[in-house]
Write a protein that binds this ligand. Structure first.
Ligand SMILES: C[S@@+](CC[C@H](N)C(=O)[O-])C[C@H]1O[C@@H](n2cnc3c(N)ncnc32)[C@H](O)[C@@H]1O
Length: 348
């Protein structure tokens, strides 16, 4: 297992590359402090053996952000744009270090929380994918999301997709507005008809629950105000359009939902940045359930698997691919490449 400071520095580099200098500064500071035997070593040592997939660095950054958003760290908040801070990242680390010395126990409890996000920008890929499904099948869509978190993207058709040059898709004046999210050859445009939507997650978050909202916000990088604003807006929309995300693992949910084909609907199973969180057994089972349902699909009851998942590291960054497999037939195609949080989505 790679040691914790190395993992923190690798994540810091990613944060620096992808527009969060504040998170980068905090993670570099934490890594140096750990190496130097400072208070971070005591705080983080219990995480040293945690698998990389549980991302201890982002759990740490999220725990700090949670204290700031909850109003429990005013001295640090001046560095956090998400809390109205304007001072910038310089000098944030020494303030965070003092907070850790004073409030280590509180932070230690928050460090145990899993990273739990619901990234609204990924709707830009989902929306385009659903347009492809509509163009292929001309059927109303039954949308099933596995690993849905708070289910915000199940309201994919309630957002505005402002493509530039006066072209606007979705709801023209939604509180969630994705500005010029697409590149490349746009998906075929047609009215989208999502008639059913359902989702599952073993640890669902409830958009109207204050503590759950705090959890979702705390894992967004605090200097990415566009993402924070988008998330806050999507939480408001979710409050107006309640959808329950069932507390189930993907396999249990799909076993039930895909047991019989739905004539007259195109059934779409969507997942974004979920595969790495499934155990090997769960991954195999999910693939088998979708494959078996695909065998039962008919032209009047087609099945589509639509995904946005990381592929592999290229020059210290991941490629995120939007892919689609459709049944009958089981043909797969790459629809687009995008960034981890969604835009820009470059259609093939
Ligand atoms: C990085 S989050 C992505 C959430 C959401 N799909 C998005 O794009 O914003 C990964 C999600 O996978 C969920 N998850 C973990 N194990 C799962 C399982 N066995 N079945 C379904 N979801 C799972 C987690 O609870 C978490 O909400």
């Amino acid at each position: 297992m790679t040691d914790l400071p190395t993992r923190f520095r690798a994540q810091a580099e990613q944060c620096g590359l992808h527009g969060s200098p504040l998170t980068a500064a905090l993670l570099y500071g934490a890594a140096d402090d750990y190496d130097g035997g400072g208070p971070l070593r005591d705080l983080l040592a219990p995480l040293a053996e945690d698998p990389s997939g549980t991302v201890p660095s982002l759990r740490f950054a999220g725990a700090l952000h949670r204290m700031v958003l909850a109003g429990r760290a005013p001295a640090l908040a001046v560095h956090y744009p998400s809390a109205g801070g304007t001072v910038g990242p310089a000098g944030a680390w020494p303030v965070a270090r003092r907070l850790i010395e004073d409030s280590g126990d509180e932070l230690a409890a928050d460090l145990q929380r899993p990273v739990q996000t619901n990234e609204v920008g990924r709707a830009a890929a989902l929306y385009g994918g659903l347009l492809h499904v509509t163009a292929d099948w001309h059927l109303p869509i039954r949308l099933l999301e596995i690993g849905a978190s708070a289910g915000l993207n199940l309201r994919v058709d309630r957002f505005t997709y402002d493509l530039g040059a006066g072209v606007v898709l979705g709801v023209p004046q939604s509180a969630v507005r994705l500005r010029e999210p697409w590149r490349g050859t746009y998906p075929p445009q047609a009215p989208l008809d999502v008639v059913t939507r359902a989702g599952c997650d073993p640890a669902p978050l409830v958009p109207t629950d204050e503590a759950d909202r705090l959890t979702l916000l705390s894992y967004v990088w605090p200097d990415q105000l566009e993402r924070i604003d988008r998330l806050r807006a999507a939480l408001r929309i979710a409050a107006e359009q309640p959808i329950t995300v069932e507390a189930l693992p993907a396999s249990d949910f799909l076993r039930r939902e895909l047991s019989t084909p739905r004539p007259g609907n195109a059934t779409v199973v969507w997942h974004s940045v979920v595969r790495q969180y499934l155990s090997r057994e769960e991954r195999v089972e999910v693939d088998a359930l979708i494959g078996a349902a695909g065998e039962r699909a008919t032209p009047d009851a087609p099945l589509v698997r639509l995904s946005l998942e990381p592929e592999k590291k290229v020059q210290s960054t991941f490629r995120f691919l939007v892919e689609m497999t459709t049944w009958p037939g089981g043909a797969s195609r790459l629809l687009a490449e995008c960034l981890g949080h969604g835009p820009p989505v470059t259609w093939q």
